[in-house]
Every structure is written in structure tokens, then in C-alpha cells.
Design a binder for this molecule. Sequence first.
Ligand code: PLP
Length: 257
Amino acid sequence: MTPPIALTVAGSDSGAGAGIQADLKVFAALRVYGTSVVTAVTAQNTRGVHDVYPIPGNVVGAQLTALLDDMPPLATKTGMLASGEVAAAVTAKARAGLLPNLVVDPVLESSSGRRLGVVSAIERLLPYALVATPNCEEASALVGWPVATPADMAGAAGQLAAGGPKFVVVTGGDLASGDEAVDAMWTDAGVRFLRYPRIATRNTHGTGCTFSAAIAARLALGDAVPQAVTFAKQYVARALADAREWKLGSGAGPLDH
Ligand code: PLP
């Protein structure tokens, strides 16, 4: 039997809380076979990203070609794309129809403020996404106006969906919004708000990566998008809660995948 394959196209996090390492942990936990295309090597720990070394676009293209030829994924997630040439290599495969069930996490900056992606390059990939999962800052950068309330999140999700992705989930976990974490999910049936009790913890590193990887894993297992998103939201909440007391490093620690 062939296990369902999910692919992550993302950056390496030496601290293994975000990026490729987080994605592969999520895939393993959710019982899909994870493959990976590395877009950048980052030197980082829980305190932040020290250095970023993008992988050349042709090397990213070669990794994709090798995998798509022999181990085609049922779902793919993209995270940090690092440069315009890396994003172009991924976009070429998406345009050729080789990346079904594509989840685009439009990573632009680390929480510590380091640039990890480029708006114009992500904009070229978004039309091929089935699902896009920006946080509020990323949504703001993509739509060109501030996204700071649930109403803004709903508006931004609709505006981004008009550009291609069938589903857009603007995540609100980063907003200081009281006892609840609220996400806005745009579907062609309108906007739905997903609410969850906020989990107070400093260990939030890799939350966005974990969310988009869990969506891709569930899509590879055959879920419809709304079910995959609801599952992923609960998965992230559980992973945050389980790592709440962890002391790994002196900064923002990882989740318990
Ligand atoms: N490093 C890599 C490789 C990432 O892909 C990301 C986010 O996508 C980060 C770091 C930043 O993670 P966070 O903002 O959760 O600390």
C-alpha cells in the first residue's frame, strides 16, 4: 500500500520548532508520509533568527522535479520561500498542475522581525493555492491596509480569495484579543469565524507552520477543506497546551507536535 504523501516546501529551522522540521513532525504525528523541499537554511534558536541562507532557485527546482516524478504528493504546503527565484521555481510546478491541494502559508517575517519572504513573489503563487493561511500581519502586507479586527480579517480574507485561493483563513492568534483566538475563514459560501479559548504561553514558535502543515496532512488524508481547517485549529490548540510548561531555550519555545 502507498501511504498518503504530503510535501512541505519551506525553510530549515535549526531549532526545529518551525519550518521544515515542524512540518515533518506534524506529518508524522498525523500519519502521512512527509517529503520536503528545502528553500533556505536558517541559523536560529528560540531567541530568534540569526542568519538566513536562501537555496538557489535551480536547486529548489531540482528537489521538486525529483519528488514530483517519483513520489507525487496528495497535498503540499509552502512556508518560507526566501527569494523571488525560489518562489518562481515553486510557482512553475504549481502552474503545471503538479501541486494539487496546495496550502500557501505566506510567510514574510519571523516573530523576531527577520525577513523570510517577498510579497510580490507570494502574490504570483497565490492564484494556484487551494487554501491560503496568512496571519494578520501577512494579510495586511498582501491587501495593503491594516488588518487588526475580526471584521478586517473577514474583509482581507475575501479580498485575497478574489485573487485565486478558494479558501482563505486569516489567523488571529497573534492579536491581543482577550480570552479567545479568532480566525476568519473565507469560503465561497461566505465568511465563518473559528473561535477557540486562547492558550496563554510564551511557547508559540512555529504556530503558523504547524497550522498549515496540519491542514495539508488532513487534505492528503481526504478531508474537505473546512474539516481540515477545523481539525488543524484543534491540533494547534492541543500542541500549544501540551508545550505550555516546556522550558526549551530562553525565548519563544516550540509546540509539542
Ligand atoms: N523559521 C522558519 C524557517 C519559518 O518558516 C518561520 C515561519 O514560518 C519562522 C522561522 C518563524 O516562526 P515564528 O514566527 O513562529 O517564530
